[in-house]
Design a protein. Structure first.
Length: 111
């Protein structure tokens, strides 16, 4: 099997993990969060960069949060190991259809 790999890939990696034949994948940490605006409405989302995403929400660059009104605040946020895990939690929270139930689910992940 090693001989086959060498034949298929004439390149030698200069740095461990940099070989095009054996690419290294890195999982980014991700966030799932709940925002609340002046209107009292909530938004549930997930991202790999919470600071950047919150800035986008506050500057009106996200159509779905314009309905919340100004002065967005983070109600709760939890950091997870991978974006897939954060997206799954986001979907589960949105299925609750109730911000209090979604918040309880998010808080249960903090424990």
């Amino acid at each position: 099997m090693v001989a086959q790999l060498v034949e298929q890939c004439p390149f030698k990696a200069l740095v461990q993990g940099s070989s095009p034949c054996q690419p290294t994948t890195f999982e980014k940490m991700a966030w799932t969060y709940i925002l609340r605006g002046d209107s009292g409405r909530h938004y549930i989302g997930s991202t790999t960069n919470l600071k950047r995403r919150l800035k986008a929400h506050r500057h009106g660059q996200t159509r779905s949060t314009k309905r919340l009104g100004g002065n967005l605040e983070i109600v709760a946020a939890v950091e997870l190991a991978a974006l897939g895990e954060a997206r799954a939690l986001e979907r589960e929270m949105k299925r609750k259809k109730n911000p209090r139930l979604a918040l309880a689910l998010l808080q249960s992940r903090l424990r």
